[in-house]
Each structure stands twice: as structure tokens, then as C-alpha cells.
Design a protein around this ligand. Structure first.
Ligand code: MN
Length: 258
């Protein structure tokens, strides 16, 4: 089994894998021609939305405290957290109480993303512009790092902002968040917490090794790492076109707005 990427060390150090069966980052995920993203609604001590962008074999992750908004005026605080393993992107279920991040997790959105430039450079500068094509989010967004660690927490704070484009909705505020339904199983937070209903359909992992409907991350369940078949070339090409087209449209819209 390949060693986990170096950047997952912090993720692994925060968790006791004898007590939680959260993925340790060693399960193989399907290779994809497009970068994937997921958003997990997470009822931990405080409800938040974990926004994860695939990059260099891990998920760059932010905890968006109030969730994303389609209103470009609503700048949503996004606290940078440690990189997460890609197999994390299929989890929906319950992290046991007392463990790091204990609470219910719902797969709230997922799809593909594309940086509008060099992701590495934009991340370093603290100005990551990108487009997404998912079930709930579409079009152009930006993550802007803000200088404000006045409490000395060592945390890096960013703002998640919707760009003005055809998918922006002025005055939408939290309307997008009202639908309490998993994109992977159709279940509400309450159904997931109860371990009822359909199991989530996989996106990152092999189709034959999805998480169970009552997934609680206890250890030693030993999923076999069956690599998922690559998405059909046709669908990949189509998504790529859509993401590119949307990025181009967004740029045109922004240029006109100037
Ligand atoms: Mn979380």
C-alpha cells in the first residue's frame, strides 16, 4: 500500500484510527481526468460545511462556518483546515462522539472544479479563483485569504465568495442551504444520524466498496481497495467542456461588468 502523502501527516496525527474508522488515507481512489470537489455538511459542536478541493492527491479543505451562498455580497468565513485524504470525499455517516469532529456528516454537494490559473500560485497568494460544476454549486467562486489572526489561533482564515455570473443570486443569502438532502443518498441529517435509508452512492471510491447506510467510523472494517473504473471518456470530455465554457462565460461577464 502506498504511503500517504506527506501533507496528510497533520490529518493523521489528529485522529486515533483505533477508535474512529475515518479513512487514514490509504484506500485507493479512482483516478479522474478532472479535479473533484465535495462539500460535507457536518453537525459537529457547531454546524459547518467542509469544502474540499482535490489537488495533488489530497483534498485542500476549509470549514465554511455558515455554508456557501449564491449571493456575491455574502462573504462566508472559510477556516483553512488540514488536508484530507481523497477517500474522505465519499464518507457520509457518523463520527463517534468524543472523537475529533464527532457528529453527523452529510454529502451535501460534489462535482468537478477547475482553477482559473495556477492553483499553486493562487493558493500561495491567498486568492484562489475557480469554477465548479456540481449538483448544487455552479460557476465561478473565489477564496480570498484574510489577515486576521488576532486571537493567535494559528488558523488561516479565508472568505468564500460567489462571483457575479449567471449562477449568482442576489439576496439569496442562505436559501441554498434550506434543502437538507444528501446528494449521494437523498437522506436528511436526521436519517443519516439514525443510520436509516439508502447508502450513499460512491464518487471517489470503487463502486463495489461504498460506505454502508449506517456507517460509523469504527476501525477494522477493512474495505478492500478496489479501484473504481475511470469515468467514461465521453462524460469526462463533456464535463471538461462545461467547466471550461462556464469559466469563459464568467470571464466575459466580469469583463463586461468592469
Ligand atoms: Mn468538519
Amino acid at each position: 500500500m502506498p504511503a500517504a502523502p506527506r501533507s496528510l501527516k497533520l490529518y493523521q496525527s489528529k485522529r486515533d484510527f483505533a477508535k474512529t474508522a475515518e479513512p487514514s488515507g490509504k484506500r485507493r481512489v479512482a483516478p479522474a481526468k478532472l479535479l473533484r470537489y465535495v462539500i460535507q455538511k457536518h453537525a459537529a459542536t457547531r454546524l459547518h460545511y467542509d469544502f474540499r478541493l482535490e489537488l495533488d492527491g489530497v483534498f485542500k479543505s476549509w470549514a465554511v462556518t455558515r455554508g456557501p451562498s449564491l449571493d456575491p455580497h455574502d462573504k462566508r468565513l472559510a477556516v483553512e483546515v488540514e488536508d484530507h485524504p481523497l477517500d474522505y470525499g465519499d464518507f457520509e455517516g457518523t463520527i463517534p462522539k468524543g472523537q475529533y469532529g464527532g457528529g453527523t456528516v452529510q454529502l451535501w454537494d460534489r462535482g468537478y472544479w477547475a482553477p482559473e490559473g495556477s492553483a499553486e500560485d493562487m493558493l500561495r497568494k491567498g486568492d484562489l479563483k475557480f469554477v465548479v460544476e456540481g449538483k448544487r454549486l455552479h460557476g465561478s467562486f473565489v477564496l480570498v485569504r484574510i489577515r486576521n489572526d488576532k486571537f493567535g489561533t494559528g488558523r488561516k482564515n479565508w472568505l468564500l465568495i460567489k462571483h457575479h455570473d449567471q449562477y449568482a443570486k442576489e439576496g439569496d443569502h442562505d436559501a441554498l442551504l434550506a434543502d437538507d438532502k444528501s446528494v449521494a443518498s437523498g437522506r436528511s441529517m436526521a436519517q443519516i444520524a439514525a443510520g436509516k435509508g439508502r447508502k450513499p452512492t460512491p464518487f471517489m471510491l470503487a463502486k463495489r466498496a461504498p460506505f454502508a447506510a449506517d456507517a460509523v467510523w469504527h476501525s477494522n472494517k477493512g474495505d478492500s481497495p478496489t479501484p473504481r473504473k475511470a469515468a467514461p471518456a465521453k462524460r469526462v470530455a463533456k464535463t471538461k467542456r462545461v467547466v471550461k465554457k462556464r469559466a469563459a462565460k464568467t470571464r466575459t461577464t466580469k469583463a463586461k461588468a468592469r
